[in-house]
Design a protein around this ligand. Structure first.
Ligand SMILES: Cc1cc2nc3c(=O)[nH]c(=O)nc-3n(C[C@H](O)[C@H](O)[C@H](O)COP(=O)(O)O)c2cc1C
Length: 196
């Protein structure tokens, strides 16, 4: 399943994602690991054509590069927007068993709130493969985030970490990024000590 996964950027617009599969994606997302079991995530599910249109209008710029990319992506019958909530982590780690009552963000080696929402997203991508569907995780440009938030009345505490399109795969062009190829183990794995 891991080897079969790849980002899919064009979908069959006439085949909706069955509700039970949609629910399984979200159920698995909620099974993701989370720091302190904080589970400070939330998911916006968009299936109605009008809601999806509002998403694309709010979350993507009007440039030529995006227009080409949007051609296939807009055909996705389902969009799930995973959000992280930093405050929930600061609150959770201020509890007695963790004890970070100063809520000092410098205690965090990396933003676990975003990592956990990313783990949840990956489980959705893998679940899609398992169910014979395709999916793509993609970014929302920073300048579009306020527009997106306003459009869907997302509270300030929640940050969309990206979005996941889901659907049955249609003919898809391979991303130019793939020409980079998978890095070899020699390049990225260091055994015993950091070797160059
Ligand atoms: C954090 C993150 C952000 C990404 N953003 C985008 C994006 O904005 N648009 C897009 O088409 N693909 C996006 N991708 C997909 C990558 O381009 C893709 O994972 C990479 O090229 C490897 O291809 P594969 O996932 O099909 O193996 C993103 C992936 C990750 C993990």
């Amino acid at each position: 399943m891991v080897r079969r996964r790849r980002m899919v950027r064009n979908y069959d617009p006439d085949r909706p994602v069955p509700p039970e599969i949609r629910d399984r994606l979200l159920e698995h997302a909620r099974r993701a690991p989370s720091a302190g079991f904080s589970q400070g995530w939330a998911f916006l599910v968009l299936e109605e054509p009008a809601d999806r249109d509002r998403f694309w209008a709010a979350a993507t710029p009007r440039t030529e590069v995006w227009t080409t990319w949007l051609h296939g992506m807009r055909r996705a019958p389902l969009i799930i927007v995973p959000h992280s909530n930093k405050d929930e982590y600061l609150d959770r780690y201020a509890q007695p068993d963790k004890g970070w009552t100063d809520r000092d963000e410098s205690r965090w080696p990396v933003p676990y709130w975003d990592i956990d929402a990313g783990f949840a997203s990956l489980l959705m991508l893998l679940t899609a493969v398992d169910e014979g569907l395709g999916a793509c995780f993609f970014g929302i440009p920073p300048e579009r985030i306020p527009v997106y938030r306003a459009e869907f009345e997302v509270p300030d505490a929640f940050t969309p970490i990206g979005a996941v399109s889901v659907g049955y795969r249609a003919d898809d062009h391979r991303s130019g990024s793939l020409r980079r190829g998978h890095r070899s183990a020699d390049e990225v794995v260091h055994r015993g000590h950091w070797s160059v």
